[in-house]
Structure formats: structure tokens, C-alpha cells
Design a protein around this ligand. Structure first.
Ligand code: AMP
Length: 209
């Protein structure tokens, strides 16, 4: 099963992808995670993309497409994969259609106000990447990671200005994909405002159909 997850930042794509990875036994490929890992490890790629991610802008298409193209050639992708956050522009979507045929493009439907609430309250562990929220998923001790004890941070791209920019970029660059994949008959739409459990159940029952 070759799946594309798309939708606004903060819609929960990563959370649901992690669950589906377990139940379907296919890898979760998040371009955002790949870029962040490279930044953390201070690789050449990481140095190139850090300022772009911090500002909530998009990494150039060509670089992103070849990164994903190489990743899906790896052995663990032979039975399919979940692409989380890619394609994210029309250039990427059209290029990808020539490289691989997706079985479905899962659209995570959510309003901007909910995105702002979710991302604005998000706190991330810089060491183990665990995610918390100041209202809905508080750590046991304020500001401290439950999993590894590190001090939680606000990811640079979760700062208020970057969130607004990511939404702007999403509406102008990524939202057109909804029309594109609808015309190809690939869209499976899920209501992303519910709990992760509700979203996951809705997705699973729609995928079965
Ligand atoms: P995410 O974790 O999916 O929100 O991605 C974090 C950041 O990584 C984005 O704001 C972009 O700067 C970059 N990024 C992730 N996926 C892509 C993509 N498909 N194309 C361009 N930039 C991307």
C-alpha cells in the first residue's frame, strides 16, 4: 500500500502515520523528520535546510523529490510506505506521479484555528523527540520530558510567526493538491479534528473500503 498523507501542519499526520506503520507494517517516511534529523546531526543537508525549516518555508522541490525517490528504493519499502508531508507542492505532486503511483492520498481536514491552538501549545523534547501539549497532553513535571527527563522546547517552527507562515505556505502551495488528487480519484478525506484514536479508526475503515 503506497499512501500519501497531506494536510495542514499540526493536523496529526505524523501521529496517525506512526500508528498505521505499526498496524500495516509499512515504513513511515516523514520528510520533516528526515530534515530535522539532518539538522540535529549537522550534516551538509542539515546545514543547507536549517534556516528554511526555522522560518516555516519549503525546502527546494528538486532536493526534496530526489531525497524521497532514493528513500523509497530501500528494501523496507517493497510492500509500500506512508509518505508524510510529501508531496507538498504541485511540482512535487506532478513529479511524483511520474515516479510512483500512489494507492491513495489521505487528506487530513482541519481548520486553521485548531492548527494554531495545537502547534502554539506544542512542546517537543529535543533529545528523544517526544511531543507534549500545554493543555491537552501535559508532561508530569512542567517543561520536562516524561520519557527522558530533558528540558522541553518550543520548536523554532512552532513559534507564532513561523506557524502563521507555515499556514500561508500550506494554503498557497499544498492545498491545490486536494484538487489534483481528487481529479485522479485518489483522495480519502478524514476529519482531523478528533482524537488520534477517532482519526485512526476513521482512516482504517475508509481504507478497508
Ligand atoms: P513537517 O514536520 O512535515 O511539518 O515539516 C517541517 C518542515 O520541513 C517544513 O516546514 C518544511 O520546511 C520542510 N519540509 C517537509 N516536507 C517538505 C516537502 N515535501 N517539501 C519542502 N519542504 C518540506
Amino acid at each position: 500500500m503506497k499512501l500519501i498523507f497531506f494536510g495542514a501542519p499540526g493536523a496529526g499526520k505524523g501521529t496517525i502515520a506512526k500508528q498505521l506503520k505499526e498496524s500495516a507494517g509499512i515504513p513511515h517516511i516523514s520528510t520533516g523528520d528526515i530534515f530535522r534529523a539532518n539538522i540535529k546531526n549537522q550534516t551538509e543537508l542539515g546545514k543547507k535546510v536549517k534556516a528554511i525549516l526555522d522560518a516555516g518555508e519549503l525546502v527546494p522541490d528538486e532536493l526534496t523529490i530526489s531525497l524521497v525517490e532514493n528513500r523509497v528504493k530501500e528494501d523496507d519499502c517493497k510492500n509500500g510506505y506512508i509518505l508524510d508531508g510529501f508531496p507538498r507542492t504541485m511540482v512535487q505532486a506532478e513529479a511524483w506521479s511520474k515516479i510512483e503511483e500512489a494507492d491513495a492520498a489521505i487528506y487530513f481536514d482541519i481548520e486553521d484555528a485548531e492548527v494554531v491552538r495545537r502547534l502554539g501549545g506544542r512542546r517537543t523534547c529535543p533529545t528523544c523527540q517526544a511531543i507534549f501539549h500545554v493543555e491537552t497532553n501535559k508532561p508530569k513535571t512542567e517543561g520536562i520530558c516524561d520519557v527522558c527527563g530533558a528540558e522541553l522546547i518550543i520548536r523554532p517552527d512552532d513559534a507564532t510567526e513561523a506557524i502563521q507562515n507555515r499556514l500561508k505556505v500550506y494554503h498557497s502551495q499544498t492545498e491545490p493538491l486536494l484538487d489534483y488528487y481528487t481529479k485522479l480519484g485518489k483522495v480519502v478525506s478524514v476529519d482531523a479534528t478528533g482524537t488520534p484514536e477517532a482519526v485512526f479508526n476513521e482512516l482504517q475503515s475508509k481504507l478497508k473500503k
